[in-house]
Every structure is written in C-alpha cells, then in structure tokens.
Unconditional design. Structure first.
Lengths: 355, 355, 355, 355
C-alpha cells in the first residue's frame, strides 16, 4: 500500500510528530510506502512530492513546524493560477494517481478536511488527522497543538504577573481564538487571570471595569485580563490579522488594545497589553501534544490498513476513535457559557465581564 | 460550613492550586470557612492548624509544593510516639471537632485516602482529592502532578539525546514508578526513546540488547532507554529509595544502573545512566495540572456543599465525577500490556525488551 | 547603620534578588537595618515605607518583579500633586530623615540615578545600583535583567523559526530597545536571525529586502528579522508606547509592522510580525541575572559600610567596581556600528539592512 | 585556504554553534573550505571526514551535541588499536595532509588542546577553541556550555525547593565539577542554596550540619545543599564515574549520597539527594553560550586567515583575545577560597561547611 500525506493550514506544534508516526508505523509495522506532498494541497496540484523514509523523520519528534511545509490558501477546487481562480482538482487527482497513492492522509483543520471531503466525493480514499491550535475542530475532544499553545499563553500570563504587581497595572494579554475562546479560557484559568473575555460569552467592558474595581477594594492594585482575539466589543470583532489586505488597516493589536485603553480610562489604573500572536504556534510541542500526534499518526495508518476511508481519527475521552470526516467539517466546538471550566472559573472569582 | 483540608504523601505539583481553589470556592462561592491542617495527618493528631484566608492563597497557583506542608508517614491509626506506635485516631477526631470541622478534604494518594476511609468509618465526613505523581491511583483517569512529572522526564530525554548521538552511547534514564510505568511509558513515547522498560511488562536485558543491535545495523549508533524505577530485573526490583534504612545500602541508582551496565557489556557501546529522582516532583505545575487541580478543588467544595461524603473527585474522560472513596483505595491503575499507548509505541518501533 | 532602599523605573527581573541581597548582607554581615520605600521615589515623597526583615526577603530570589513596587514617573523634584507639578524634594528628605536613613540605595536606570544624583547634591548619601532591561546604562558593562530579556527574545526567535520555515514566510520580531539595540543584536545573533535592524545602524528596507532575496536565491524560502522598537524608518522612529496619551494613537506595532508590510510588498513572500513587549520584563530571572543582582546588592551594602557615597556599583569585565554615580547618568551605552558582535554577525551572513 | 575542524572530549551545549560559525565565516567571509573530522581525533586517525557546506550547518545553532560526533579517549599519540596502544600521530598527519588541511581548528578542553599542542610541535598549524562544561580551562575567563550547565543546575535547585519546604527535608544536589566547583558555586548562589560544598574549600560535614541547625533555630525547617561531585569528604574524593571499570563499583551517587546520609544522621531531618549528571551537558544552549560559541568560531577563522597558529581564542572580560595554546593546557582555573562570589555568598549567609 502506498500512502500520501500532506499538512495543511496554519502550522502547529506536533505536525512533525504526526508525520514521523505515520512513516514509522507505515514502514515498520505494515511495510507500506509513504509519499509526502509539499506545502499542503499546493504540492498535490503542483506535483511537488517526495518519498519519506525512516531517515527523513529521524529526530523531528521534538521540532515545531512541519518538514513538509504547509499552506493555508491553496484549495485545489478554487486554485489561484496566473489565469485566475481555477478548479485544479482533476490535476490533483491525476498527480496522486501518478504517484500511485492508494490513500491520502490529510493533516489539517476545518479547511483542509473540507477539501479532503470533496476529494472523497470524487473517489479519493482519505483519512483525516485533526489539527488546530484553537481546539475548535468538531468531532474530536482535543487536537494536538492546543496543549502547547496553552502552555505558551500560560507562561505569558505568569510573566505579566510580576509587572502587573510591581507597577499596579492592568495587564491585558490577547491570545488566539477567532471564534472559540479555548486558549483564553484555559490559559486564563491556568495563569490565574482575574478577567477572561471570550467570543462565546457576551461581556461589557463596564462590567469588566467593575471587576477591576472590586479587586482594588480588596487591596489588589492590579489585574490580569486574558482576551481571545475574536472577543466582541459591542457585538463586533475588532481583530485584523493580515498585513497585506489593501482594503484594511494592518493588525492593530485588535481587541487587546481596546480592552486595555477602555479599562484604563474607566478605572484609572495604567494598562498595558501584549499580543502573543505567532509565538503560540511555534516551538517544541509539549509531551501531551507529541503523544497525541503520535497516536493520531499510528491510528490513521492502522485505519488505512483496515480498509477505512472517509474517516478522521479523533480523541474521545482518553481513546482514539474513528469518526466520519463529515462530522468534523463545519461543526466547530465552542465554549458553552455553562461549560464546567467556566463554572469553575466563576466559582474561584474569575470575571467573564458579564456580571 | 467549616471545611478542613490537609495534604498528605509525597509533594506533587498542583497541591497549592488545589488549596487555592478550595479556599476561593469555599469563601467566594459558598461563604464557608477553611481550616488548613499542617503536615498531613500529623497536623490533625498534633493539632497544628490555621484558618486559610483568600490572602493566604494569593499567588500560590504557579508554585510547586504545598503551603500546608506534608508528611508521608504519619498514620493516626499507627502513630509514632515517643512511647511507640499508638492509635491516635480518637485524638485526631477530637482535634477536628475542637476546630468545628464539618468535613475534611483529604488531598493525597492511596495511603492518605485509605486513612480517610478509616476515619469515615468512624463517622468523619470526608471528601478525597486524588494526588499521585505516578498516575496509578484507582478511580480516576488522571491525577494532577503527572503531567508535570511527564514534562520534566520528557525534557530529560530530550537533553540526553544530544549526548547519546554525539558520543554514540546508550543513555539510560530512570524515572519514577515503583509499581506503575506511566511516567516511563509517556516520557519514553514523548521523548522518542528507543527502549522502554516497565514494571508491568516482563522483559529481559538480552532482548533489550538485541534492540540496540538492530538499531546499530540500521546505522543508529546510539540508543535511549527509559526505565521505571520499579522495573524488575530477573523478576526482582532493585531500587532502594531511602538514605536512612540501616539494614540496606542507600539508593544506588537501582535499576537504571543495572540496565546501563548490562547493555554496555552486551553490546559494546558505552552506556551512561541518569536518575531523575525528586526533580520530577518539584517546580511549577503545567497548565494541565493547574487546571485539573483547580477543578478538583472546586468540585470537592461543591460536593461538600451538596451534602456528599465518603466520595473522591475524579477525572473520567473529560469530566469531573464523584466516585466512592473506597473505589480509589487499594485499586491501583497499572499499564496493561496491550494498552493502546503500548501498541502505539510498538508500532513506531519502540522495544519493551520482550521480543 | 540604617539603609533605605527603593526600586524605580520599569520592572526588571532581578530586582527582588537585589533587595534580598541587600537585606541579607545588611542584617547578617553588618548588623544594619534596612527600610524599604514603596513604589520608587513615590514612597519617599508619600512616606510609604516599611522595615525589611530576613523573613520579608525569604523565597523572593527566583521571582520577577519587585516586592517594593516601582513607579516610573514620580520625580520628587517635579512631583505631580493635585495642585500641579511641585518640587517635593524637601518633603522627601524630611521623610528619609524621619526614618533615620543614613544612606539610600537607589535601584534603577538613568532616570532613577539622575534623581539620586540631585538628592546627593542636597546632602543625601546615596549608592546606586544600575538596572535596565535594555543594557544601555552608562558606567557598567552589563545590568541585571538584560540576560533574562535576551533569553525571552531568543526563545521567541526560536519559536518563529518553525512558522517561518513551514510557511515560507518572513517573520518579524520587534523587541525592546528605544535607543539601544542590544536586545535585538544579542537575540538576533543567538536566535540565528537573518536580518537585524538597530537604532544605531542606519538601514533601508530596500537593502533588507535584497537580503531576503539573496536568501531565496540560495534556496532559503524564509527569513527571520529582529528589529529594535527604536529602529528608524527613513530616519524616524515609529513606535508609540502608551495607551493613554490622548494626543497620539495607541501603540500600533510600530516599526515591526512597517518592516513586515514593506518587506512583504517588496519581496512577495508573506510576512507576519510579533511584538514581544512586556513579556521581556517578566518572569523568573536567569542564573546570570540572579547572581549579578546578588553581587550588586552585596557590594552596595559593603560600599555603604565603607563610607562610600555618590557611587554606583558596576560590572567591569568580570569584576564589580564602584564608579561615580555621575558617570552612569546621561551617558548611555550604544551599539557601535563596528562593535565586535556586529562584525561577528556580518561575518556569518547576517544583514543589518545597510548593504 | 582549507580548514579542518574537530570536536573532542565530552559533549557540551554550543559545539554546533561553533561549527556553524566556523563554516559560515569561512565560506561567506573568506571563501575558505572546511573539512569536518568525525568523533574528535579518532576521525583524524581513522580518516573519517567530510566537507562541511552551508547547508550542513543550517538549523544547528539551537541544538545540543555536535554534528561531528566526539570522543573522549582517542589520543593519536597513545591510540588504542587491536594490537595495543600505538602512536598514530604520523598517520593522523598524513590523513590531514591528504585532505589538504592548512590549519586544524580543535574544539575541546584540556585533553584535546594538549593533543593539539603536541601536533603543533610536529608542525601542524592549529587554532584551539576552548570547551568545558566545568569552566575550569585555563587561558579564558569563560567557556561556552557553562552558562547552560549552570541554568540546568539552577533550575534543579529551584525544583528541589518545593520538596524541601513541603517535607521539611534536607535536599542535596550533586552537580558536575571534579576538580573545580564553578557549577556548584554559581548554581548554589543562583538557586538560593543554603550550603555549597566545593573541591577547593575544605569543609567538614559536622560544620555543614551546624549550618542546618542554625537554620532550624531561625524557623527554617529545610535546607538546600549543592555539592560538586569532586568535593572531598575527609580529604578524599568519592565519586566514581564510569559503569565499565571492572576494578571499581559503579557510580554510587558519590559525594551527594554521603552528604545526605551524614547530614540526616547528624541533624535528624530527612535527607534526599539527586545527581544531575548528564542532564547538565544536554539540550539547547542558552543565548550566552550560543553567542560566545559563535564569537569563538568567527575569531578562530579570522585568526587562521591572519596567519596565526598555536593560539587559542579566549574570552577576557568582554573581549575575545588570542592566547598561546600552551597557556590553556595544564593550567586549570579553580575557585579561589576568597573569590568574590564566595565572599558574596558568605555575606548573604551561605555556608561553605568550613565554619
């Protein structure tokens, strides 16, 4: 059997661990071959690929990024060519066929798996491996990369504590999460934040300011705020991610900046804000992420060997299961307002800016 | 309501996070009072205790250890006194009563919860919070502290890689786990170890040596071995933990040393060994452990407020549940030889020294 | 003898280590008393102070921030009062006198030491301890805090590498340094940056873009740029630090954003930028910083005991020396364009955007 | 010009940074070629070598170990062959000549540089680059690797603090340093150890026990001891490093174990000990070590290009200088009993077990 593999979407700690586990399991356990396509689906369309040997994946387990490269805007069904947007899916299938690919393992998030699903409808065998920093992909309880992002964000909260305390300031940390506040919720809880602002829980900065003032009355002359980039101020998102969209200003520190300025004006304490940005994606994966990525890689190959297709490996509780790929696509996980972690945070005095 | 709390057994990252969550939830969410007993059950017998305020638990979330102190040999039912071993449980109950304790939260492992269970039989209301570095306590899928220990051990494996490769050596890392090999299994998998030796999987060093030789034939002139301290050589444990047992030599590097020497002699590569020891217990807890500890603390108080007793908070899948305290005691979790992580490790080429 | 101590200016890893060393040396080695003034010179004017015992400084060595609090805008000579700007120096001296302070140890940067110098002219005995994240204070080869800031910035460069490589992007990291590029130079060199942009070396983004293109021609489809916040684009600084200046927009990601956008437009590779900001100030100091801070604290007390005044402790090569406080003030250290580190960086292929 | 390079002796964080800087400077700045010899002088004798290109050194800056491999017992003048110990230096010179090596850069410690010196006497041009974890090499103020080892050891002290405090124990950490106590002194000072035991300062465990008791009287029911592996108990070293010497027992935890047991028996507090061992050598170098290694690499090539030979690059204060290779050999740096760091430590209450 000959497997193809690609990594799509934003990079994420653990991608190399997945690739390593796929290659090792395929070669050592099943005697399969593995072909790696470069830069996500772009490599499938442009026919950039190479066989992956045990030697190729040696030593990559602890490394961030992906040795295959990735791309987050190369949809073969709407492919940007010099002549404009084209459907290059037939070319992609032809290339896969020319490499003798029996099944394609697609490591990626919602966008990547949606494309995988469309290829499946055209007859390609695919097994998906879920990947998202934000942990908001449907069908799986957790994705690799999230634990690392959470660790980076928590360390940042830890660091901000000393400045907050020493200067009697409000320190605002903006973390990833355009639609889902998982990183903000977890890092806020783990870092001992006083206020956590999420896209899923409607809040007002007036109420957040009241929370800061309640702390002042208890003798705490500082506050730590963790805010997800997708949190809405007055019902509107204010983040602007890219530097190259000519119709929009560049990223301005989005919501974190607005939160800092508003709280400062309301409360009269100095405020500063920090945007973690890409630091959350980089660096060596945590043990949890290395292990989850390895499990996903192993189970994907095992599923392929068992004749499965159109499935995605997923974490359910402590176990790896296969779910329909369709279940994962367009079905994002959000923080429910009465999620147990939210209730836990409220019980220990964290404000979500809503009361 | 007035809650008592104590931390028993070996220290463990996350204990302070538990104490903080218990106090914050009790005071802020329920208006309860909390009395902290010092040095585990010793403080109950000796009546060393103090009220815990919000100020007492401020800033302790990221800190290792326990502000209450702990002790791992002070069983009130067999208490060491100048006059010999005595049953001091009546004194302990009297002390608890004199402080007006309605319910005692016992944070600890198997030993601590077994004592809690005996006090429960004498009429004391108790809620247990599970704690063990080794992750081998029954009744719960995971305990806080384990993720941190795994992180420390994985970082050690990462560090040993460079020496192993540069010197073409066998590097042996001995990690905690007297009866259960969870840390060795996880850190070995996360760190990319070549050989993992566990108490639960019978192995021979001859077969482990063969695994090293197979690697040499593939051009890999080094190997990383992770071994749990309780792994058996020829069916016998060789670890010796304490420095104060007059009848025995002090800890000699136990099994790690034997593994290193035997592999060196068998294979002809230089071997070195390292014993992680207490480094696995110390330092700031990981975000996962801080969050799990916080959840445990919150749910323990909630359970107490709901009139529960004789229960232990536990992680089941992703959820916190209450289980009977008895379920946790004397019911250790072991690595099943066909555990999914073992199969995953085997699939990617890890040897368990048994084939 | 009774010593006063205060920490002024921006917080900095190692301040607590200084306070600890001053108190321990004073109490244990000389039998002196130490009074800590709160929030920098503000505490001197407002008479907020407290005796510092050994217990007060126990356990603070590894902690970021300062237990005394700090302030970076409370100059007693131009003190903001409800009635407007006033000279409160006489009040400050009276307060010091009322506490029986024989000599004041001022831990701070250029601003703090300039104030100390003015007090000295009014008859106050002072010993300065140099502090600046940026390492640009005159009179000393290095200040504590810099090694930690460099470590945080280098770790960030390490993290950005994986995204840069996986996505074939230009990743821009903006680090501290309004007037001096030491952090950018060191972190760029330590992190393996391809381009380093400093306030002290005139550069053009056209030339920086050429450096990116040279890398592309060598098959390197990514570049890492480290830029000091005070680097000038077209001869002008573009950073805007505060969120509270009504006459100016809030900090917009200043120079990092401009560099990213310009390089992206010029080269055609995607660019992203990250601003480290306050993360550089926070968290546990590195061993170097803990040791240097401890040495400074010890030598400051020793100098006081020897009858010295108007001096600053300083690192010269490997030794701690006393220099005139005046030497440190208004005499900033800059990166000379032919500094050995710059030459080293150029030799290994780093571009400074100037050729 | 064609340069040879080898790395000899124990591995050390920063070796790859040196190799990278040598190759980059040689190729980019001077147009030289570089040949890497494998496994230290063994590669010179056995003629195992390969040209090093820019691609070979890409990405190795942050990695521990050495891509060239190393060896610490292959002296060409006393080379172990199947026929016994032979002088293979002529063979080595012939091999170097066959590769057209104009000058050999020897990266290593005392042993490696002593061999380099002997080759120099036979007419080979050499430039040495100093390397030792222990920081005890003569001729240079500091070597790369030391800052990383100190960081690992300090982190270990930090971790042991929580167990020490929670359990009221004496925690003993044994660190590297057979003849020189630099790591113990620095990590002890940076980690806030209470007692530091060095090879260079005669101590008695009775006096160390008294220091523990003095702490107990001040209410400190725990102590942290950092001991260098080469510290002498009763005038004798007790460490045993290798697992393969048939005439001696394997390493038994040497001095750390003896210190723990003796203090426990003397004071009546529980004691535990930890041996850091190889963890001090591994992993990613700190920014300081990466920069120092890069500077050494650059200056070595520059010296070679200038016609220098028989020199070693060295750090003197803040500057890189050339010293005679002979100056570094057989001239170890020791901790003087009145070294400023020792006086600093004493002033803040650290005991060296001698009073």
């Amino acid at each position: 059997m000959r497997l193809g593999i690609l990594t799509g979407g934003g990079d994420c700690p653990g991608l190399n661990a997945v690739i390593r586990a796929v290659v090792k399991t395929a070669v050592l356990d099943y005697g399969f071959e593995v072909i790696g396509f470069l830069d996500g689906f772009k490599g499938v369309v442009e026919n950039m690929a190479k066989p992956l040997s045990l030697e190729d994946v040696s030593g990559i387990l602890p490394r961030g990024g992906t040795i295959l490269g990735t791309s987050n805007r190369d949809n073969p069904f709407k492919y940007r060519t010099p002549e404009g947007i084209r459907d290059m899916s037939a070319q992609a299938l032809e290339n896969l066929s020319s490499w003798g690919i029996d099944l394609l393992i697609t490591v990626g998030g919602d966008g990547t798996q949606a494309i995988a699903l469309k290829f499946m409808e055209k007859g390609l065998k695919v097994i998906g491996i879920p990947k998202t920093i934000d942990n908001d992909l449907g069908g799986t309880d957790q994705t690799f990369g999230f634990d690392t992002a959470r660790a980076v964000a928590t360390e940042a909260v830890d660091r901000l504590h000393s400045t907050a305390e020493s200067h009697h300031r409000i320190m605002v940390l903006e973390v990833m999460g355009r639609d889902a506040g998982w990183i903000a919720l977890h890092a806020g809880l783990a870092g001992g934040a006083d206020i956590i602002l999420l896209p899923e829980i409607e809040f007002s900065l007036e109420k957040a300011a009241k929370a800061v003032e309640r702390r002042e009355r208890m003798g705490k002359r500082f506050s730590i705020v963790v805010v997800a980039e997708g949190a809405r101020i007055g019902g509107k998102k204010v983040y602007l991610m890219k530097v190259d969209d000519p119709t929009q200003p560049m990223r301005l520190g989005g919501v974190g900046r607005v939160v800092a300025k508003t709280l400062q004006d309301a409360v009269g304490l100095e405020a500063r804000y920090t945007i973690l940005g890409h630091l959350q994606r980089g660096g060596s994966p945590t043990p949890f992420d290395r292990i989850l990525a390895t499990r996903f890689g192993y189970h994907a190959v095992k599923a392929a060997a068992s004749g499965e297709k159109g499935k995605m490996v997923a974490l359910k509780g402590n176990e790896i299961r296969l779910v329909d790929l369709a279940e994962a696509v367009g079905n994002p996980r959000r923080v429910e307002p009465n999620h147990e972690l939210v209730l836990t945070a409220r019980a220990i005095g964290v404000s979500f800016g809503d009361e």
